[in-house]
Write a protein that binds this ligand. Sequence first.
Ligand code: SF4
Length: 189
Amino acid sequence: MCRSLEELRGNCKNCAKCGLAKIRNNVVFGVGNEKARVMLVGEGPGENEDLLGEPFVGRAGKLLDKMLESIDLNRDKNVYIANIVKCRPPNNRDPSEAEQEACIGWLRNQVFLIKPRIIVCLGRVAAKKIMKNDIKITKEHGIFYKKGKILFMATFHPAALLRNPQNKPCAFEDFLKLERRINTKTLEY
Ligand code: SF4
């Protein structure tokens, strides 16, 4: 277990614990405020993210930024964004169970160091891995669960919203619920 995010990032950069190491351009470790109360977790980097080394930088990332801005959150200011796997699965396929299992330790260490009060799972893969295996995003999005000291909520992955824009109003509603939670006293340190 690393005691600083800088040390963790350095170690993660050299990770070869699964086969994705051989085909990546960059390890996409995470971005944002290292003391953020809110952390967002997606499934894994896509093509743009792999090239630039930052999560959610393509069209889906722009949509995510817009949704965050609508509730006064910003990756440069007050959230931290990471993924279940740090290297890009080929052809944007879902990361396999084995890849997720190999990689999840990095995310656990990130959560240990950042100590978010709320974790938002973006999409099915992240929600299944972090919240519960049988989660159905279409039914259970926007519902908060408490585990230990952390509140968890799942919502639609922004890339899925680009494919199915009819779900955007529901996703925006989830973000409004998130805003209300952020503003409650239960999030105070
Ligand atoms: S996906 Fe994760 S476990 Fe696999 S090589 Fe990249 S950092 Fe390591």
